[in-house]
Design a protein around this ligand. Structure first.
Ligand SMILES: Nc1nc2c(ncn2[C@@H]2O[C@H](COP(=O)(O)OP(=O)(O)O)[C@@H](O)[C@H]2O)c(=O)[nH]1
Ligand SMILES: [Mg+2]
Length: 196
């Protein structure tokens, strides 16, 4: 897995999806700056496949990455970026809705939550929305390196409680410590296999 990882295209309407032969899609959702692009680089073990940024709200398109000609990783616009205009926000909301709705190719929706910040109202709304769409959800608590050891257990419990999660439905990651990669890959493999 991940022998071939290449950026394919960025779209703003699901009409233009490059996925013409119904390959599995693995989607990464979360607030701007939560670490979506970094996570894609971590799991593919590439430095610059997905562009990361210290400026929140840079990704405004739905970006497809072809993995081994067998499935796609999909990086979507982050939500909850206050400085975007209201119009823009609604528009990005619509792309995302349009992409997520009735998309049978999505095999896992990873919802990223910042471990230190905990789930925001936007995160809760997105979580509810994914449940409503009946998509297979896996929560990823990112940037665990930003929480010191003595507060980590509390931070983890807070996320699980707020989203009502079992231990099996959350993975903890740190891009800088390179942790959580194996767990994410295992979920992807299992979810893709289910279909074959
Ligand atoms: N400390 C820490 N920072 C991270 C981690 N993952 C991402 N970041 C930083 O958070 C910022 C946003 O990351 P990015 O991947 O672009 O987030 P995106 O907007 O969700 O795609 C960048 O400055 C990253 O270096 C992590 O695990 N730990
Ligand atoms: Mg990004």
């Amino acid at each position: 897995m991940f022998e071939k990882c290449e950026y394919v295209t960025s779209i703003v309407s699901s009409k233009h999806s490059p996925n013409k032969d119904n390959r599995p899609e693995i989607v990464f959702l979360g607030r701007s700056n939560v670490g979506k692009s970094s996570l894609i680089n971590l799991i593919t073990n590439r430095k610059m496949l997905a562009r990361t940024s210290t400026l929140p709200g840079k990704t405004i398109t739905i970006n497809f990455y072809n993995i081994d000609d067998s499935f796609y990783l999909v990086d979507v616009p982050g939500y909850g970026y206050a400085r975007r205009s209201k119009d823009d926000k609604q528009k990005f909301g619509r792309y995302l809705e349009d992409y997520l709705t009735d998309n049978l190719n999505i095999k896992v929706a990873f919802l990223l939550v910042d471990t230190k910040v905990g789930p925001t109202n936007d995160d809760l709304l997105m979580f509810e929305y994914l449940l409503y769409l009946e998509l297979p959800i896996m929560v990823v608590a990112t940037k665990t390196d930003k929480v010191n050891h003595s507060n980590l257990a509390k931070a983890k419990k807070q996320i699980k409680d707020k989203l009502n999660l079992t231990d099996e439905s959350i993975i903890y990651t740190s891009f800088f410590k390179k942790t959580g990669r194996e767990e994410i890959i295992e979920v992807i493999q299992n979810q893709i296999k289910k279909e074959i």
